[in-house]
Design a protein around this ligand. Structure first.
Ligand SMILES: Nc1ncnc2c1ncn2[C@@H]1O[C@H](COP(=O)(O)OP(=O)(O)OP(=O)(O)O)[C@@H](O)[C@H]1O
Length: 213
Protein backbone atom coordinates (compact mmCIF):
# COMPACT_ATOMS: atom_id res chain seq x y z
CA UNK A 1 0.00 0.00 0.00
CA UNK A 2 1.35 3.39 -1.03
CA UNK A 3 0.94 6.68 0.82
CA UNK A 4 1.91 10.20 -0.26
CA UNK A 5 2.36 12.79 2.46
CA UNK A 6 3.09 16.45 1.74
CA UNK A 7 3.97 18.56 4.80
CA UNK A 8 4.34 22.32 4.99
CA UNK A 9 5.53 22.50 1.39
CA UNK A 10 6.73 25.81 -0.05
CA UNK A 11 7.92 26.63 -3.58
CA UNK A 12 9.30 29.69 -5.34
CA UNK A 13 9.55 30.52 -9.07
CA UNK A 14 12.10 33.19 -9.84
CA UNK A 15 11.78 35.63 -6.94
CA UNK A 16 8.13 34.87 -6.30
CA UNK A 17 6.89 32.62 -3.50
CA UNK A 18 4.10 30.65 -5.16
CA UNK A 19 2.77 28.78 -2.12
CA UNK A 20 3.81 27.86 1.40
CA UNK A 21 2.52 25.77 4.30
CA UNK A 22 0.81 23.33 1.95
CA UNK A 23 -0.04 19.94 3.51
CA UNK A 24 -2.13 16.94 2.47
CA UNK A 25 -1.99 13.16 2.51
CA UNK A 26 -3.28 10.55 0.09
CA UNK A 27 -3.39 6.79 0.50
CA UNK A 28 -3.87 4.01 -2.04
CA UNK A 29 -7.04 4.52 -4.06
CA UNK A 30 -7.40 8.22 -3.28
CA UNK A 31 -7.34 11.23 -5.58
CA UNK A 32 -6.69 14.96 -5.28
CA UNK A 33 -8.27 17.46 -7.65
CA UNK A 34 -6.18 20.63 -7.82
CA UNK A 35 -7.95 23.72 -9.11
CA UNK A 36 -7.30 27.46 -9.08
CA UNK A 37 -6.99 30.38 -11.42
CA UNK A 38 -4.22 30.74 -14.02
CA UNK A 39 -0.87 31.28 -12.36
CA UNK A 40 -2.03 30.10 -8.93
CA UNK A 41 0.60 27.37 -8.74
CA UNK A 42 -1.04 24.14 -9.87
CA UNK A 43 1.72 23.20 -12.30
CA UNK A 44 4.34 24.29 -9.80
CA UNK A 45 2.92 21.91 -7.19
CA UNK A 46 2.70 19.00 -9.63
CA UNK A 47 6.22 19.59 -10.91
CA UNK A 48 7.61 19.90 -7.40
CA UNK A 49 6.17 16.53 -6.37
CA UNK A 50 7.51 15.07 -9.65
CA UNK A 51 10.99 16.20 -8.61
CA UNK A 52 11.30 18.61 -11.55
CA UNK A 53 11.36 21.74 -9.39
CA UNK A 54 13.06 22.23 -6.03
CA UNK A 55 11.04 22.64 -2.85
CA UNK A 56 11.96 25.56 -0.61
CA UNK A 57 10.57 24.13 2.58
CA UNK A 58 8.65 21.16 3.84
CA UNK A 59 8.76 17.53 2.82
CA UNK A 60 7.33 15.11 0.31
CA UNK A 61 7.24 11.53 1.58
CA UNK A 62 6.17 8.44 -0.34
CA UNK A 63 5.88 5.32 1.78
CA UNK A 64 5.39 1.83 0.41
CA UNK A 65 4.01 -0.64 2.96
CA UNK A 66 4.90 1.83 5.68
CA UNK A 67 8.52 2.32 4.60
CA UNK A 68 9.55 5.69 3.14
CA UNK A 69 11.33 5.35 -0.19
CA UNK A 70 14.51 7.40 -0.80
CA UNK A 71 13.37 9.25 -3.94
CA UNK A 72 9.60 9.94 -3.99
CA UNK A 73 9.62 10.99 -7.66
CA UNK A 74 10.47 7.40 -8.63
CA UNK A 75 6.99 6.33 -7.55
CA UNK A 76 5.42 8.88 -9.89
CA UNK A 77 4.31 9.24 -13.48
CA UNK A 78 4.30 12.85 -14.67
CA UNK A 79 2.01 13.88 -17.51
CA UNK A 80 2.66 17.56 -18.17
CA UNK A 81 1.20 20.02 -20.66
CA UNK A 82 3.45 18.58 -23.34
CA UNK A 83 3.24 14.98 -24.44
CA UNK A 84 6.94 14.07 -24.17
CA UNK A 85 6.93 11.99 -27.35
CA UNK A 86 9.33 12.19 -30.31
CA UNK A 87 7.41 13.25 -33.42
CA UNK A 88 9.60 11.29 -35.85
CA UNK A 89 9.44 7.98 -33.99
CA UNK A 90 6.40 5.77 -34.40
CA UNK A 91 3.90 5.61 -31.60
CA UNK A 92 5.11 2.11 -30.77
CA UNK A 93 8.76 3.19 -30.66
CA UNK A 94 7.85 6.02 -28.30
CA UNK A 95 5.97 3.71 -25.96
CA UNK A 96 8.75 1.10 -26.04
CA UNK A 97 11.22 3.87 -25.14
CA UNK A 98 9.18 5.04 -22.15
CA UNK A 99 8.51 1.51 -20.95
CA UNK A 100 12.22 0.70 -21.04
CA UNK A 101 13.30 3.98 -19.49
CA UNK A 102 10.87 3.97 -16.59
CA UNK A 103 10.49 0.29 -15.76
CA UNK A 104 7.99 -0.86 -13.16
CA UNK A 105 7.89 0.40 -9.61
CA UNK A 106 7.36 -2.23 -6.92
CA UNK A 107 3.83 -3.58 -6.66
CA UNK A 108 2.68 -3.58 -10.28
CA UNK A 109 3.39 -4.45 -13.90
CA UNK A 110 2.99 -2.19 -16.93
CA UNK A 111 1.19 -3.18 -20.12
CA UNK A 112 2.87 -3.79 -23.46
CA UNK A 113 2.57 -0.97 -26.03
CA UNK A 114 -0.17 -2.87 -27.93
CA UNK A 115 -2.37 -3.28 -24.88
CA UNK A 116 -1.70 0.25 -23.65
CA UNK A 117 -2.67 1.75 -27.02
CA UNK A 118 -5.69 -0.53 -27.16
CA UNK A 119 -6.83 0.76 -23.77
CA UNK A 120 -6.93 4.25 -25.31
CA UNK A 121 -8.72 2.96 -28.42
CA UNK A 122 -5.75 3.66 -30.70
CA UNK A 123 -4.16 0.29 -31.39
CA UNK A 124 -4.46 0.80 -35.16
CA UNK A 125 -2.16 3.85 -35.03
CA UNK A 126 0.86 2.22 -33.40
CA UNK A 127 2.84 2.07 -36.64
CA UNK A 128 2.45 5.78 -37.47
CA UNK A 129 4.97 8.49 -36.63
CA UNK A 130 3.71 10.29 -33.54
CA UNK A 131 3.77 13.58 -35.46
CA UNK A 132 1.10 12.31 -37.89
CA UNK A 133 -1.52 11.97 -35.14
CA UNK A 134 -4.14 14.62 -34.43
CA UNK A 135 -3.78 16.71 -31.26
CA UNK A 136 -6.34 14.59 -29.39
CA UNK A 137 -4.80 11.33 -30.61
CA UNK A 138 -1.37 12.54 -29.48
CA UNK A 139 -2.73 13.28 -26.02
CA UNK A 140 -4.32 9.85 -25.81
CA UNK A 141 -1.05 8.21 -26.78
CA UNK A 142 0.74 10.22 -24.10
CA UNK A 143 -1.77 8.75 -21.66
CA UNK A 144 -0.87 5.26 -22.87
CA UNK A 145 2.58 5.96 -21.42
CA UNK A 146 0.98 5.89 -17.96
CA UNK A 147 -0.04 2.29 -18.56
CA UNK A 148 3.27 1.03 -20.00
CA UNK A 149 5.16 1.29 -16.71
CA UNK A 150 3.62 0.80 -13.27
CA UNK A 151 3.98 3.86 -11.09
CA UNK A 152 1.54 4.09 -8.18
CA UNK A 153 1.26 7.89 -8.23
CA UNK A 154 -0.04 9.68 -11.32
CA UNK A 155 0.73 13.42 -11.49
CA UNK A 156 -1.46 14.90 -14.21
CA UNK A 157 -1.33 18.50 -15.41
CA UNK A 158 -4.38 19.43 -17.50
CA UNK A 159 -4.61 15.84 -18.74
CA UNK A 160 -7.75 16.15 -20.83
CA UNK A 161 -6.99 19.33 -22.79
CA UNK A 162 -7.69 18.58 -26.50
CA UNK A 163 -9.74 15.47 -25.75
CA UNK A 164 -13.24 14.83 -27.09
CA UNK A 165 -16.06 13.67 -24.78
CA UNK A 166 -15.56 9.97 -25.51
CA UNK A 167 -11.83 10.20 -24.80
CA UNK A 168 -12.55 12.01 -21.53
CA UNK A 169 -14.78 9.10 -20.49
CA UNK A 170 -12.08 6.58 -21.44
CA UNK A 171 -9.52 8.47 -19.38
CA UNK A 172 -11.90 8.77 -16.42
CA UNK A 173 -12.20 4.97 -16.56
CA UNK A 174 -8.41 4.55 -16.62
CA UNK A 175 -8.02 6.78 -13.56
CA UNK A 176 -10.72 4.80 -11.76
CA UNK A 177 -9.03 1.49 -12.61
CA UNK A 178 -5.68 2.86 -11.44
CA UNK A 179 -7.20 3.80 -8.08
CA UNK A 180 -8.84 0.37 -7.77
CA UNK A 181 -5.38 -1.18 -8.23
CA UNK A 182 -4.12 0.85 -5.28
CA UNK A 183 -2.84 3.84 -7.22
CA UNK A 184 -3.10 7.52 -6.34
CA UNK A 185 -4.11 10.30 -8.75
CA UNK A 186 -3.30 14.02 -8.44
CA UNK A 187 -4.74 16.13 -11.23
CA UNK A 188 -4.50 19.85 -11.91
CA UNK A 189 -7.37 20.95 -14.11
CA UNK A 190 -9.89 23.55 -15.16
CA UNK A 191 -12.26 20.83 -16.37
CA UNK A 192 -14.41 18.17 -14.76
CA UNK A 193 -12.39 14.96 -14.94
CA UNK A 194 -14.96 12.52 -13.61
CA UNK A 195 -12.79 11.84 -10.55
CA UNK A 196 -15.19 10.47 -7.95
CA UNK A 197 -14.76 11.04 -4.21
CA UNK A 198 -11.66 13.13 -4.70
CA UNK A 199 -10.17 15.49 -2.16
CA UNK A 200 -10.08 19.07 -3.36
CA UNK A 201 -7.25 21.57 -3.22
CA UNK A 202 -7.86 25.11 -4.40
CA UNK A 203 -4.62 26.92 -5.16
CA UNK A 204 -4.70 30.63 -4.44
CA UNK A 205 -1.22 31.79 -5.27
CA UNK A 206 0.34 32.90 -2.00
CA UNK A 207 -2.36 31.25 0.07
CA UNK A 208 -4.14 27.95 -0.39
CA UNK A 209 -7.29 26.28 0.93
CA UNK A 210 -8.20 22.61 0.95
CA UNK A 211 -11.45 20.75 1.58
CA UNK A 212 -13.03 17.36 0.92
CA UNK A 213 -15.75 17.03 -1.71
N1 LIG B 1 10.44 29.95 -14.64
C1 LIG B 1 9.68 30.82 -13.96
N2 LIG B 1 10.23 31.92 -13.40
C2 LIG B 1 9.48 32.78 -12.70
N3 LIG B 1 8.16 32.63 -12.47
C3 LIG B 1 7.57 31.55 -13.04
C4 LIG B 1 8.30 30.60 -13.79
N4 LIG B 1 7.45 29.66 -14.19
C5 LIG B 1 6.24 29.99 -13.70
N5 LIG B 1 6.31 31.13 -13.00
C6 LIG B 1 5.21 31.79 -12.29
O1 LIG B 1 4.74 30.91 -11.27
C7 LIG B 1 3.37 31.15 -11.04
C8 LIG B 1 2.64 29.82 -10.99
O2 LIG B 1 2.66 29.23 -12.28
P1 LIG B 1 1.98 27.81 -12.55
O3 LIG B 1 2.36 27.40 -13.94
O4 LIG B 1 2.33 26.89 -11.44
O5 LIG B 1 0.42 28.16 -12.46
P2 LIG B 1 -0.86 27.29 -12.84
O6 LIG B 1 -1.80 27.39 -11.67
O7 LIG B 1 -0.46 25.93 -13.26
O8 LIG B 1 -1.45 28.11 -14.08
P3 LIG B 1 -2.34 27.68 -15.36
O9 LIG B 1 -3.75 27.47 -14.88
O10 LIG B 1 -2.25 28.90 -16.24
O11 LIG B 1 -1.70 26.46 -15.98
C9 LIG B 1 2.89 32.10 -12.16
O12 LIG B 1 2.75 33.39 -11.62
C10 LIG B 1 4.00 32.03 -13.16
O13 LIG B 1 4.12 33.26 -13.86
Amino acid sequence: MVRLTVRELAATRGDERIFSGLSFALTAGEALLITGKNGSGKSTLIRTIAGLLPQDEGEIVVAQSGVAIPRPAEACHYLGHRNAMKRDLTVEENLVFWKGLMGDFAGGTGLGPDDAADALGLASLLHLPFGYLSAGQQRRMAMAKLLCAWRPIWLLDEPTAALDAQSERIFAGLMSTHRQKGGIVLAATHQSLGLEAAQALVMKGFEYAGSSL
